[in-house]
Design a protein around this ligand. Structure first.
Ligand code: UD1
Length: 417
């Protein structure tokens, strides 16, 4: 298992380009099977979850290639909708395939997804949405059997604006005759990207980015080459790395419009964040200020995927910060390790109460989930002395070669295999 050795105290500086968004690419890979034609995705990060998704597609009969950041999916050979259990348990995003498989084959079987590091993560909203479209669903032997022979367009109301459920219903309805409407839809930028992708393939989807999405069924979609949006969470993590080390960096190509809440909080902490035609730049203050409060919420609220990183920043900010996690129940797994490095954080229910300290000390810490692991790297970059971050495989799920990005920006970091 890989680990990072990090000597803290280097101010990050310089510029870097951010890769395509994992949370956009995974549903786009699923949506690629909505057509028989080849689909090409560019700027794809080489991440374990993306490789696993491609492997699932191959098991279903598709042909996939991946090289130099470009993935090609050919699904004219798609044979069956029975998803492989072991791989599906590894990546939760396999559930995105339900919608497109039902569209193409009118049936799909998926093993019941278990919980994961950050919480229970049920899929009841996905299934409820599909049922409204006439899918018959049976659960037996730990598997979910979906029969889409009687599928029809419909009016779907989501009890919560779930990102995954919104994407699944969008993909299930693109080829259904008539108009499907999703009410209380998620508004994340990745949903807009999926709309753009489907429309470029010849689909007719409107309203992504608002709470009501309208999908007018078309008969057929065609192949395309598509460039997904840059990863707003990787961008936010790198800005945070500059902020916590007192640095000054430029992120080329980052989209500030997708990052409004994160930028607002970084500014509240005293960072100078500027957008120009080259990208997004951050200059850290001498000393970070505490944030009054952060509440994670569905977009355009503060993203749960940036909560852990902000907790790290708050440990070194002057004053007391409150960070509340409202989306997932188990997202403070990094707090014990931060406290071992000298932070002063107390958890009360879903809220972390963080009293800023003057400095952190290097320590031996362990990543327990993707963003919590990234948060520990941030703390190590700012800490005095050397830190070891174990179980880097968690971090690798969302950041392509994080150590290389940080090295480019002047950090002292090494991966030991
Ligand atoms: C979530 C984030 C998304 C992020 C992604 C990757 C939110 C609202 N969503 O999306 O921004 O990109 O993680 O880390 O912040 N839920 C149910 N039943 C369901 C589906 C979801 O109860 O069928 C609950 C979840 O347990 C969770 C909440 O709804 O508490 C949000 O879930 P959802 O948006 O579906 O999660 P992801 O699609 O994974």
């Amino acid at each position: 298992m890989d680990r990072f050795f990090i000597r803290g105290g280097k101010k990050l500086s310089g510029s870097i380009r951010v890769h395509g968004a994992k949370n956009a690419v995974l549903p786009l890979l699923a949506a690629s099977i909505l057509t028989d034609d080849p689909v090409v995705l560019t700027d794809v990060p080489d991440l374990k979850d993306i490789r696993a998704m491609m492997e699932i597609l191959e098991k279903l009969g598709c042909r996939c290639t991946f090289g130099d950041g470009t993935v090609q999916v050919r699904s004219h050979t798609l044979q069956n909708g029975d998803m492989p259990e072991k791989l599906c348990k590894q990546i939760r995003s396999s559930v995105f395939l339900l919608g497109p498989l039902l569209s193409r084959l009118r049936n799909a079987q998926v093993p019941y997804p278990g919980g994961c590091e950050i919480g229970l993560r049920p899929i009841d909203l996905h299934l409820k949405g599909l049922k409204t479209l006439g899918v018959e669903i049976e659960e037996s032997g730990g598997k979910i059997f979906c029969d889409g022979r009687n599928m029809h367009a419909g009016d779907v109301y989501l009890d919560y604006p779930s990102v995954g459920a919104t994407e699944n219903v969008m993909m299930a309805s693109v080829l259904l005759q008539g108009v499907t409407t999703i009410h209380n839809a998620a508004r994340e930028p990745e949903i807009l990207d999926l709309q753009r992708f489907i429309n470029k393939m010849g689909g007719s989807v409107k309203g992504a980015g608002t709470q009501v999405i309208r999908i007018e069924g078309v008969e057929k979609l065609h192949g395309i080459t598509y460039h997904p949006i840059p990863d707003r969470i990787v961008a936010g993590t790198l800005l945070s790395a500059a902020a916590i080390t007192g640095g000054d960096i430029l992120l080329k190509g980052a989209r500030s419009g997708d990052m409004v809440p994160v930028i607002a909080k970084l500014r509240e902490m005293g960072c100078d964040v500027r957008r120009d035609d080259k990208g997004l730049a951050l200059r850290a203050p001498q000393k970070l200020h505490a944030v009054g409060e952060i509440q994670t919420q569905p977009h355009p609220g503060f993203p749960t995927d940036m909560q852990s990183q902000m907790v790290s920043l708050c440990t070194l900010a002057e004053g007391c910060s409150l960070v509340t996690e409202n989306v997932f129940e188990n997202r403070f797994t990094h707090v014990g390790d931060l406290n071992a490095m000298g932070a002063k954080i107390r958890i009360s229910g879903r809220t972390a109460i963080i009293r800023g300290v003057g400095s952190l000390a290097g320590g031996h810490v362990t990543a327990r989930d993707l963003r919590g692991g990234a948060a520990l790297v941030l703390a190590a970059l700012a800490a005095k002395g050397v830190s070891v971050v174990d179980r880097v495989e968690y971090i690798d799920r969302g950041y392509e070669k994080m150590e290389e990005m940080l090295l480019t920006l002047g950090a002292d970091v090494m991966r030991i295999q």
